[in-house]
Design a protein around this ligand. Structure first.
Ligand code: ADP
Length: 247
């Protein structure tokens, strides 16, 4: 299969931990501007798949191509520079800094030729901070200390810190955990907006939220893909009902 049209092409990916295949000969393709949600029971391999794509975990076998470029053996920090951004569940904001400063410190400094330090002008950084703050709905809170933000706002700020790195692919792990109903709605709109010019993979359990945001759903089970398609297709798939939705 040609990878040309995919922002991400994962082929025959396998990772073993002490002989146990957490990801087993998996193929996964993501279109540009696609918002893909990955679902499946605990232990299915969802987190491990994202760990492999961002480079936190090294594959035992197979290949990961991002924008047609081989990533499989590229270290994690370089994958970030190439445009793969991952938000982990553990909080990473600086509570004592303002929203502005949190975004400012996330601005990439090392994108010059051969990794040389690329100095950015202050006004360029400020413009980018303002644009991102606007995108995540925190333009009115730039001077607020991050520790004083609501739970939802902190999550949006973290997404903003990722956006500062100008990723082409964002990966989020359960982005609405702990959020109020209103915050979930705002997050759904935010994620859809982000995908207008980027791609995204989201791990999520809340099926109402999945239905709201997903262009396409991948169902994982025992390190493999059990089913893939739109919400209607996966929801009516008996294998998916048996291992996941029916529980
Ligand atoms: P999910 O995110 O779908 O709940 P995970 O990707 O976290 O599943 O885990 C898939 C399987 O791989 C689980 O059985 C888990 O125990 C195992 N696993 C994940 N990471 C490691 C690791 N670093 N060492 C050993 N086993 C692991």
């Amino acid at each position: 299969m040609s990878n040309t049209d995919f922002v991400l092409a994962v082929e025959d990916l396998t990772v073993s931990f002490d002989g146990f295949k957490a990801i087993d000969s998996l193929n996964f393709y993501l279109d540009r501007n696609e918002l893909r949600v990955v679902i499946g029971p605990n232990g299915a391999g969802k987190t491990t798949l994202l760990d492999l794509i961002c480079g936190k975990t090294r594959a035992s076998h197979g290949s990961i191509k991002f924008r047609n470029e081989e990533m499989t053996r590229v270290p994690e920090y370089l994958r970030v520079r190439k445009g793969i951004g991952r938000k982990f569940q553990t909080p990473s904001i600086y509570e004592n800094l303002s929203v502005f400063q949190n975004l400012e410190v996330s601005f990439p400094r090392g994108r010059g030729v051969f990794g040389a330090l690329a100095f950015r002008r202050d006004d360029e950084v400020r413009d980018r901070v303002r644009a991102v703050a606007d995108e995540i709905g925190l333009a009115g809170q730039l001077d607020t200390e991050a520790g004083l933000l609501s739970h939802g706002q902190k999550q949006w700020l973290e997404i903003g810190m990722l956006l500062m790195q100008e990723p082409e692919l964002l990966m989020l792990d359960e982005p609405i955990a702990g959020m109020s109903v209103r915050e979930r709605e705002i997050t759904a709109e935010l994620l859809k907006r982000i995908c207008v010019n980027r791609s995204m993979i989201v791990i999520e359990h809340d099926m109402a939220f999945v239905e709201q945001i997903a262009h396409k759903v991948t169902v994982m089970h025992q390190g493999k893909i059990l089913a893939e398609g739109n919400m209607e297709q996966v929801q009516s798939d008996q294998r998916v009902i048996d291992v996941y939705l029916g529980h």
